[in-house]
Design a protein around this ligand. Structure first.
Ligand code: ATP
Ligand code: MG
Length: 365
């Protein structure tokens, strides 16, 4: 976490679909937390049509010119969701907004909690609250997702395609350092590294080597490594093994979808795209997308959005407020009742009923 003495400046970008519906609930909860703990937080709502497909259809681009300069002074972007796949292909909407933020603001950490929450049916058998509680830290800028490579003899039977994996010492070390710091801050102080050095014989041994080197500076953190194939099996079979799990871009991508899926929480889980030094804004968003199938019905689960706000407060060191937000979310899921809980979790409530309930709890708990 980064200490910020001055006011936190947050750019609010709801985006498309249910992003527009869950955002007001996220903002209400952040405002409740800010009021209760007297936090100096500016939630700037001037970006209502940024990163929307409506804007793209009107103007031909997802973001206005000069977006980078405008957003750069903010500490963070509080982001809803983007995409209207029936009108605009994902490679345009996503690449024209979210991916731009990640790249231009060097958000080299993708961070996701995998925590079994009360009141949610876990897809894994016999798991109770407390059994699944770990973080996935994904390298978010290099690795397997490079665009270096090419095609020879295209369209012939001699066709050859190559795509390189890029690992830089700086790139590998900075994600490992973030993961070790996070592990060190937690009671278990345990770090698991995802590797595949038995099959990928150059880059993955390098990853292992840098991890072993980094571990020397964290004597109090216990470290183990698993090959990605068995690691995915352990996520499902024995998730209680994990505390902080770090992976390259590809492995981290897989694990950061699998982890939250093991907790049964598509509408519930949040995600951070983080520039740890605070040179550029970090971005906090729900894991879910714009969910066109339920958009406009008022039944989206707002917890992913609210929890993303909680993560944001925690990231900036507002621990007390973050703890109350977390407790409010857990209390609402556990005992909000079927009239409050949203249909995805088996209730008959609405986005507003659940969001409002959590905001009330933040005031009172
Ligand atoms: P994207 O490509 O933007 O991720 P998607 O359609 O692939 O969009 P989601 O938008 O996450 O993925 O939706 C996947 C499924 O989960 C949909 O059926 C959707 O209705 C459901 N879903 C997603 N988010 C929520 C939520 N907050 N509350 C209830 N259901 C949700
Ligand atoms: Mg999708």
């Amino acid at each position: 976490t980064v200490e910020k003495p001055r006011a936190l400046r947050i750019a609010v970008i709801p985006g498309d679909g249910i992003g527009q519906e869950v955002m007001p609930e996220g903002l209400a909860c952040l405002r409740a937390a800010a009021a209760r703990f007297n936090l100096d937080i500016e939630l700037d709502e001037q970006f209502k049509d940024w990163a929307t497909c409506d804007r793209y259809l009107r103007t031909g681009s997802m973001l206005p010119e000069g977006w980078k300069e405008t957003l750069a002074p903010y500490d963070a972007i509080y982001f809803g969701a983007v995409g209207m796949p029936n009108l605009v292909p994902d490679h345009i909407s996503l690449w024209g907004s979210l991916i731009q933020f990640r790249r231009e603001f060097d958000q080299y950490i993708s961070l996701r909690p995998c925590r079994l929450m009360p009141g949610i049916a876990c897809p894994l058998a016999n798991k109770k609250v407390g059994d699944i509680d770990f973080w996935v830290v994904r390298e978010n800028t290099e690795g397997e997702y490079s665009s270096i490579g090419g095609k020879m003899f295209p369209g012939t039977d001699r066709e050859v395609v190559i795509q390189e994996t890029v690992m830089s010492r700086i790139g590998v070390d900075r994600v490992l350092k973030y993961a070790f710091d996070l592990a060190q801050s937690r009671p278990k102080k345990h770090l698991t590294s995802a590797t595949k050095s038995n099959g990928i014989s150059i880059t993955m041994p390098y990853w292992d080597e840098r991890c072993a080197e980094m571990a020397k500076g964290y004597q109090d953190v216990s470290v183990d490594k698993y090959h990605i194939d068995i690691l995915t099996a352990w996520f499902v079979l024995r998730p209680e093994l994990f505390d902080v799990v770090v992976g390259s871009n590809l492995f981290g991508d897989i694990l950061s979808d699998l982890g939250p899926a093991c907790t049964g929480s598509i509408g519930v889980a949040p995600s951070g795209n983080i520039n740890p030094e605070g040179t550029w804004p970090s971005l906090f968003e729900p894991v879910h997308g714009s969910a066109p199938d339920i958009a406009g019905k008022g039944i989206a689960n707002p917890v992913g959005m609210i929890w993303a706000g909680q993560m944001m407060l925690e990231h900036f060191g507002y621990k007390e407020a973050a703890d109350i937000m977390m407790k409010a979310i857990e209390t609402a899921l556990e005992s909000g009742g079927s009239q409050v809980i949203t249909p995805d979790l088996g209730g008959a409530g609405t986005c507003q009923s659940l969001g409002g309930h959590i905001a009330n709890l933040i005031n009172k708990l």
